[in-house]
Design a protein around this ligand. Sequence first.
Ligand code: GLU
Length: 457
Amino acid sequence: MNSMPVPLQQVTLHPDLEPIYEVVLRRNPAEPEFHDAVRGVLGSLGPVIERRPEYLDAKLVERICEPERQIIFRVPWTDDSGQVQVNRGYRVEFNGALGPFKGGLRFHPSVSSSIIKFLGFEQIFKNALTGLPLGGGKGGSDFDPKGRSEAEVMRFCQSFMSELHRHIGEYTDVPAGDSGVGEREIGFLFGQYRRITNRYESAVLTGKGLTWGGARVRKEATGYGCAYFAQEMLGAKGSSLSGRTVTVSGAGNVAIYAIEKVQQLGGTVIGCSDSMGYLHDPAGLDLALIKEIKEVGRGPLQEYAARRPGSRFVAGEPLWELPTEVALPCATQNELNHDDAAKLVENGVLIVAEGANLPCTPGAVEVLRQGGVAFGPGKAANAGGVATSALEMQQNASRDSWSFEYTEDRLVQIMRDIHQSCHEMAFECGVPGDYVTGANNAAFIRVADAMLAMGVT
Ligand code: GLU
């Protein structure tokens, strides 16, 4: 599973972009995830740079690669045994040209400057693709919620917000959830924000509970959106999800709702995974059982195999060894490497759409491209979550609450529009069907044009 990916340096950059990337490397040493994300975007920008040299003159690429503001702070808190614990908090406000900084908070032991900057950088382009007024940012902490009591999580969230509150606001920066941060954590964070500021500022956070300013479909939106994007990709090939075999990695919020929507659209999901291994259920996953194990009990996926005849749990192996027509990586970054991609190609996969942020390594993306597999990058395929956050902000601004059906219709339309812009831009760039080039160029142009209009800021 951990064989060497194709070295990223093999993806050639436009000659005018190479020195810009060199500066990014020098200025951000030892941040490999951030370097990969930057190189991934710059690697596609050749066509737009050729057509719009004014972007280079205005140093737009350099400006976009440099966060507007980065905040790193101490998060001290007391655990249940009375011990003081110290974590590190981050908020990277990457680009605010299109709207307030927007992006999730991740609580996970792997969180570092590199991870937050890679996620924040991707978020700029993802948010631009939604066509909604959203800048890009990301934050989080190396706090590990696993095994922590609810009271510990609450105290941690309160300490985290005691610093973060001075940097965020409805018109400034609007965090949401990401891995390790769900409705419960958003509740603790919102409570502390309200207490400190004495303001009921609903739109300062998204992913709130339904009874206190949250939006219907927000919880489901990233997974649903990914399934809708996959449906559009298949539609562009004259096909659909109906009757297709699908694998979805992960068993968290994104994966669960991607599985739900794929099933509703007529696909059969035969496998999913967690950090211990993967589940194979050739008859199609029993989603109610997965929800019971993961959402209610927060237990291991392995329990499923013991309770469902005909299924098996394969420990320590990648899900991608299962033959499938559609693969939706919905777990975490770098979970699908070039060997996994080669296996998928060998088994005849038709499309891969990323529900997580950069789950496919650069080497994997190259193998899929060479294998003729349609590849939907996360900044397009998983934009449904943040798009629905923007819908939550709209409802908060008008003190309104929309129905599930109306909100989902909006989400479907947004995902169709994103697919169409990527598809059309790929065509314009002379690489029809290349969603990476389409997404990066379409998003870059939106951000760059807004920045050009605003002068040197
Ligand atoms: N964390 C999600 C993402 O990666 C959602 C961000 C948001 O809703 O602001 O897009």
